[in-house]
Design a protein around this ligand. Structure first.
Ligand SMILES: [Fe+2]
Length: 407
């Protein structure tokens, strides 16, 4: 066989083997996947895509050093191939080397400017690395996406104006009917990452509770100090007018005369007049075995009946059905278990219990103390409790946002 034909044959064989390897990986047979992809690489050693695939599969098997070697091999064959840079960056970030991750991800964004997710990831790494973005690189990468803000501006400029376009009428109806409602992917991944990245910044927090009691929960709860980070503050302000209208509708249905101000500043002043000026938003981190026992939040003379939780980590279940290329990063920041629980108190035969599997960026609005129930033509209140089931693997970060402040 002449060399040209041999090469074409090798390429076809390598491609077929690579397909088989990913099939094995999708079947969770990573041992077999690794063996097959090694054969694919041997069949066509000068193919950088195969080296990249090998790196991803080795990474899924926690063989980080070998994975890194494979990504570098891919880059030695194709120095402008963006994906290996992205994977190397993700690996270094997981290993705590945020600055190195920034440098690598900068190259990924440079060589694939059309991939917005690369830029978002770069911004997230920069936020964690706590350094100014590389303006030249960003300027190049942003060209294709002029509406994206560099990371250093995210905390100051990220508005949540888009939340006004949600169907708040329908959300209110669900919340009235069920006592809770999920807003899937309310927050984008990079904003989740940015807020999650605040967790280790001690200066941002007034109080930290390492909870480890079977009757309460197991996890680390960090209460933000005043002033709140801009992102958290603006998120709360963006949601408040909508939930205030829902809460006022409940007041009407209950025949109560009091109303909540629909302007955030007015409600905050009401809290202050009652001596409640301590911020309530909280960043929670649950590791394996972590959970939050069912409870009601009862603090505050001025009290808002709805609160919000936003999950900032990805569900590992999201890996199922994903291709190997995406799966590696789910492992980096995901969790298993850790569903949101919401149930009537006390629980009985006819009581309701909801278990919600929330993932990255998903928000849940729920009744803090009581949900509305209709008995005939009259509305009353049913006490409710909320909590989080046990995290079985990984780490789950969540932002808790009550709307009233504490004393
Ligand atoms: Fe709570």
């Amino acid at each position: 066989m002449n060399p040209k034909k041999q090469k074409a044959k090798d390429r076809r064989r390598a491609r077929k083997l690579a397909d088989q390897a990913w099939q094995a990986a999708n079947d969770n047979n990573f041992d077999l996947a690794e063996k097959i992809i090694l054969r694919a690489v041997a069949a066509q050693e000068d193919n950088p895509v195969l080296w990249n695939d090998l790196g991803v599969l080795l990474g899924l098997r926690q063989k980080d050093d070998e994975a890194a070697d494979s990504f570098r091999a891919a880059l030695s064959l194709a120095p402008t191939y963006a994906e290996p840079y992205m994977h190397l960056a993700a690996q270094r970030f997981r290993q705590g080397a945020a600055h190195e991750a920034v440098a690598l991800q900068t190259l990924a964004a440079r060589y694939a400017p059309e991939k917005t997710e690369y830029l978002e990831r770069l911004q997230a790494y920069q936020a964690v690395a706590g350094r100014q973005p590389a303006h030249a690189v960003l300027a190049h990468a942003v060209q294709a996406r002029p509406n994206l803000e560099p990371a250093h501006d995210l905390d100051d400029t990220r508005s949540f104006d888009e939340l006004a376009t949600l169907d708040w009428h329908a959300l209110g109806e669900r919340l009235t009917r069920d006592g809770s409602v999920v807003i899937a992917e309310m927050i984008d991944a990079s904003t989740c990452e940015r807020i999650r990245g605040m967790f280790d910044d001690d200066a941002r927090f007034a109080k930290t509770v390492s909870m480890d009691r079977p009757e309460f929960g197991h996890g680390v709860y960090r209460y933000f100090a005043a002033p709140l980070p801009g992102l958290v503050d603006r998120l709360r302000q963006a949601v408040y007018p909508h939930v205030a209208r829902i809460a006022n509708h409940w007041q009407e249905l209950l025949g109560e005369s009091g109303r909540f101000p629909t302007a955030w500043d007015d409600f905050r002043e009401e809290c202050e007049r009652a001596g409640q000026a301590t911020p309530t938003p909280i960043l929670l981190k649950y590791g394996p075995g972590g959970f939050n026992a069912l409870h009601r939040d009862l603090r505050g003379a001025v009290f808002f009946p709805i609160q919000m939780a936003v999950v900032l980590s990805a569900k590992m279940a999201a890996m199922e059905g994903a291709t190997g290329h995406g799966a590696i990063d789910m492992v980096a920041c995901g969790f298993q278990g850790g569903d949101f629980l919401f149930c009537d108190d006390p629980e009985g035969k006819s009581s309701r219990r909801q278990q919600l599997a929330l993932g990255l960026g998903d928000a849940v609005l729920f009744c803090t103390r009581d949900r509305l129930v209709r008995v005939g033509s009259v509305f009353g209140l049913q006490p409710v409790r909320h909590g989080v089931t046990q995290i079985t693997a990984g780490v789950r970060f969540v932002l808790g946002v009550p709307f009233h402040e504490y004393r």
